[in-house]
Design a protein around this ligand. Structure first.
Ligand code: G3P
Length: 493
């Protein structure tokens, strides 16, 4: 009899991936396709929804067939995704009315500033757990309704559907039969009341969003529907969904209050489990839904860094200093350790704890002796410094920080992780399975399909691979961090 496997669709900011796992979390098959980013104006970032769909379809099919060719049977599939990215489509034709507006997009900064001036910040924090920033979906959705001719009228008449990426993909996977959003993705829209666990009338009114466009909010595990039989040659149960950072927290077994992880992708996202109640941050972190199962939510505090791996991608694509991201550490190894060069990668403004959409990137401390190596060092270190800032904010919110579980692309680089431990003075632990987001989604799909007994099963399937202990002396660390603080002040708008 064929061994059971689970398929995860991981639709991220720069690529769509699909991974098949066995029930122990071992990767059986992987497929990945990168796609083009749209930058129609400075600060604007868009994705073509049809490209998102086409790359998801082809990678999912590849991973599905590769796993079944190896003798496995895919029992269920789960979806995880770049969060906040906003799509609106016509319910009748299924066609998007505009490109997806990506989480990094800053076009609605002025709308957020106006809401702030009107004193809405407290109300948004109390209900949604979020700050007023263009990062979240609500103002992006309102922008589409206001800027696509006829969209608002159609939305009010119930002809348009809104969704974050998982919602759009589940709609397409089910042939337009299911319009849902899982609670973790809903918690990133600024339209969702964390404590009540549903869309919030006051937030809808503030952001001018008609309720008729919204998906039904569902648990992170459960049978949402079956995939259209033409996709895989037979229907497959879609039974798990979570935003990529929440899925990574589950994959990393951050299941009890205090357990934390940091994922290094395009951005860097640190989540600490806070248990059954959302915590109101005093340090400009976000309260967010960690998961919802059987109607019961667990929560997390999140620190969101908008550009992490993006800084390394910029060394490659913007400056041409390296041909592959993996070359950054080798180049940085030759840097003068006392160069005093800092790079603040505020390409899309700064996220937590600064929340300044007008901040812009800069490089400071250049001398005639600075070169490629110093810039590469500064780019890599910027990710460690931003992690340091998040840990300080976490402590200010009363979190006691012991170890940090790490994953994502940059966690493959041992030199980076050692530098991270040195600059943060916190031990970084890398698991055997660093595909945390995809594994989290596959695990949720397995949970929804009855393959696992409960969320605690994720702990038994997590194993540490290597730990990186801080080795830098405190005085040196203070000097380095002091230089970073000065550089950040200059970048703020
Ligand atoms: O909130 C945005 C986040 O979900 C994007 O993640 O992995 O695509 O950088 P990633």
């Amino acid at each position: 009899m064929a061994e059971t496997a689970l398929l995860a669709i991981d639709q991220g900011t720069t690529s769509s991936r699909a991974l098949a796992f066995d029930l122990t979390g071992r990767v059986i098959a992987v497929a990945q396709e990168e796609f083009a980013q749209g930058y129609p104006r400075p600060g604007w970032v868009e994705h073509d929804p049809e490209v998102l769909w086409a790359t998801v379809l082809s990678t999912a099919r590849k991973a599905f067939s590769a796993a079944e060719d190896k003798g496995f049977r895919i029992a269920a599939l789960g979806v995880t995704n770049q969060r906040e990215t906003t799509l609106v489509w016509d319910r009748a034709s299924g066609r998007p009315v505009h490109n997806a507006i990506v989480w990094q997009d800053r076009r609605t900064a002025d709308i957020c500033a106006r809401h702030r001036a009107d004193g809405a910040e407290d109300m948004v924090a109390a209900r949604a757990g979020l700050v007023l920033d263009p990062y979240f979906s609500a103002t992006k959705l309102a922008w589409i309704l206001d800027n696509v001719p006829g969209a608002r009228v159609k939305a009010e008449a119930g002809q348009l559907a809104f969704g974050t990426v998982e919602s759009f993909l589940i709609w397409r996977l089910t042939g337009g039969r299911v319009h849902v959003s899982d609670a973790t993705n809903a918690s990133r829209t600024s339209l969702y009341n964390l404590a009540a666990g549903d869309w919030d009338e006051e937030l809808l009114a503030l952001f001018r969003v008609p309720g008729a466009v919204l998906p039904e909010v569902v648990d992170c595990a459960g049978h949402y529907g079956d995939s259209d039989p033409v996709i895989f040659g037979r229907p497959v149960a879609i039974s798990g969904a979570a935003g990529d950072q929440q899925a990574a927290a589950i994959g990393q077994a951050c299941l009890k209050p205090g357990e934390m992880k940091s994922t290094y992708g395009t951005g860097a996202f640190m989540l600490v489990n806070t248990g059954a109640e959302p915590v109101r941050s005093r340090a400009r972190l976000l309260a967010t839904t960690a998961w919802r199962l059987n109607g019961v939510s667990s929560f997390a505090l999140e620190g969101s860094v908008l550009s992490a791996g993006a800084a390394i991608q910029w060394l490659r694509d913007g400056l041409g200093l390296i041909a592959r991201a993996s070359e950054a550490a080798g180049l940085a190894a030759g840097a003068d350790p006392d160069s005093g060069v800092y790079l603040v990668p505020a390409f899309s403004g700064l996220g937590a704890p600064y929340w300044d959409p007008d901040a812009r990137g800069l490089i400071t401390g250049l001398t005639r002796g600075s070169g490629k190596a110093e810039i590469a060092r500064a780019a890599l270190d910027s990710v460690a410094y931003q992690t340091h800032d998040l840990l300080e904010a976490m402590r200010a919110d009363g979190v006691s920080v012991s170890t940090l579980k790490v994953d994502g692309g940059m966690a493959r680089d041992a030199d980076f992780l050692q530098r991270l431990a040195d600059i943060t003075a916190v031990e970084a632990v890398r698991p055997v399975n660093t595909e945390s987001s995809a594994w989290g989604a596959a695990f949720l799909a397995g949970l929804g399909a009855g393959e696992f007994g409960g969320i605690e099963d994720a702990r038994a399937l997590w194993r540490a691979e290597r730990s990186f202990r801080p080795a830098m002396d405190a005085a040196r660390r203070e000097t380095l961090v002091g230089g970073w603080r000065t550089a950040v002040k200059r970048a703020l708008g």
